[in-house]
Design a protein around this ligand. Structure first.
Ligand SMILES: CC(=O)CC(=O)SCCNC(=O)CCNC(=O)[C@H](O)C(C)(C)COP(=O)(O)OP(=O)(O)OC[C@H]1O[C@@H](n2cnc3c(N)ncnc32)[C@H](O)[C@@H]1OP(=O)(O)O
Ligand SMILES: NC(=O)C1=CN([C@@H]2O[C@H](COP(=O)(O)OP(=O)(O)OC[C@H]3O[C@@H](n4cnc5c(N)ncnc54)[C@H](OP(=O)(O)O)[C@@H]3O)[C@@H](O)[C@H]2O)C=CC1
Length: 291
């Protein structure tokens, strides 16, 4: 099946990045969210990121204008009815995602492929609540989407080969690399990455190091581009906690128990960069550790 128009649900940091790369690859994009403010912020963010790519010679100025022209926004989920592929990138909560698919389904063409950018939730379970489990799969981008090379492709138990092939062709057209992962909690990247981040929070909680020493240790001692606490703030602490809960519930092993300090930050609404405060405070000129 030929994909030309892509619907993106959720205009947060991932939805915004997905719309950006799809438009640059000449797909028409229809981006939706529950708030107009989120849609406006996403368009502004995409324009800013494209401008940076133009200034660094990564994108031609004319391509930037054309890409922005290919992105339309709407508050009405039903407008996504005419798209060929839908990528859901709303909040990492199963009930939110299920409600979106339920509301969207009656408006979709029968052949439309439904996908989720979920970081951890069972693709098979999400698919089973839709009218098209064979045309449903996991389409998992990494953050920041315009920079990261990998896309994890996750088949649910019922996903058919034409659906996988169509999604694979989109990844190829983006110039990114696909990795196939089986449908188990956290798939590949987050099964490995998130326990490391959670362990960094335990290291902080137990006083083994402070925020700065933990991040510095992993940057200078293990050559990670960002320290684990800086990365957690970048991903979003609510998303990190949601992923740990999926690993803990789905694999029933205490090694995945979320650190109580991570829970406390989320309860405080200190979700990282997106709320200006997490393991660092971003409200000043330089990020300042909060512990
Ligand atoms: C939670 C999940 O489900 C899965 C996940 O995504 S886990 C998270 C995975 N991501 C990571 O681990 C990211 C780790 N961090 C990094 O790789 C790097 O710190 C980083 C790429 C984010 C930034 O790199 P940096 O060297 O510190 O910063 P900076 O020089 O500003 O940026 C590097 C490049 O990225 C570009 N960039 C950064 N953010 C961007 C964005 N949002 N859009 C477009 N370009 C962006 C910059 O323009 C720059 O481009 P050039 O190389 O052409 O100059
Ligand atoms: N952050 C990361 O590094 C990565 C995240 N992901 C996954 O991508 C998804 C999105 O994450 P991310 O972009 O970081 O999250 P954000 O919190 O940045 O964005 C989520 C967006 O979805 C919106 N939203 C919530 N409910 C609905 C709804 N019913 N319909 C439409 N939009 C809705 C939110 O609006 P509001 O704020 O008003 O609630 C918000 O704008 C999650 O599943 C996450 O696990 C995948 C890879 C990496």
């Amino acid at each position: 099946m030929s994909i030309q128009t892509i619907g993106v649900i959720g205009a947060g940091q991932m939805g915004n990045g997905i719309a950006h790369v799809m438009a640059l690859a000449e797909y028409n994009v229809l981006l939706t969210d529950v708030s107009q403010a989120a849609l406006d912020a996403a368009i502004e963010g995409i324009a800013g990121n494209l401008e940076r790519q133009v200034s660094r010679g990564k994108v031609a100025e004319a391509d930037m204008g054309a890409a922005l022209g290919r992105i339309n926004t709407t508050l009405a989920l039903s407008d996504l009815g005419a798209t060929d592929l839908v990528i859901e990138a709303a909040t990492e909560r199963e009930s939110v995602k299920q409600a979106i698919f339920e509301d969207l389904q009656p408006h979709l063409q029968p052949q439309t492929i439904l996908t989720s950018n979920t970081s951890s939730i069972s693709i098979t379970r999400l698919a089973s609540r839709t009218d098209r489990p064979e045309r449903f799969m996991g389409f998992h981008f990494m953050n920041p989407v315009p920079v990261m090379q990998l896309v994890e492709l996750i088949r649910g138990i019922a996903t058919d080969q034409p659906t996988y092939d169509a999604c694979r062709a989109v990844v190829d057209k983006l110039g990114k690399t696909a990795a196939s992962a089986e449908d188990f909690p956290g798939f590949i990247v987050n099964r490995i990455l998130m326990p490391m981040i959670n362990e960094a929070v335990y290291t902080l909680y137990e006083g083994v190091g402070n925020v700065r020493s933990i991040d510095q240790s992993m940057k200078l001692g293990a050559n990670h581009p960002m320290g684990p606490l800086e990365l957690a703030d970048f991903i979003g602490l609510d998303t990190c906690l949601a992923i740990m809960n999926v690993l803990h519930d789905g694999l029933a092993d205490t090694k995945y128990r979320p650190c109580p300090l991570l829970t406390k930050y989320v309860e405080a609404g200190w979700l990282g960069r997106k709320t200006q405060r997490g393991f660092y405070d971003y409200r000043g000129d330089e990020p300042v550790p909060t512990r």
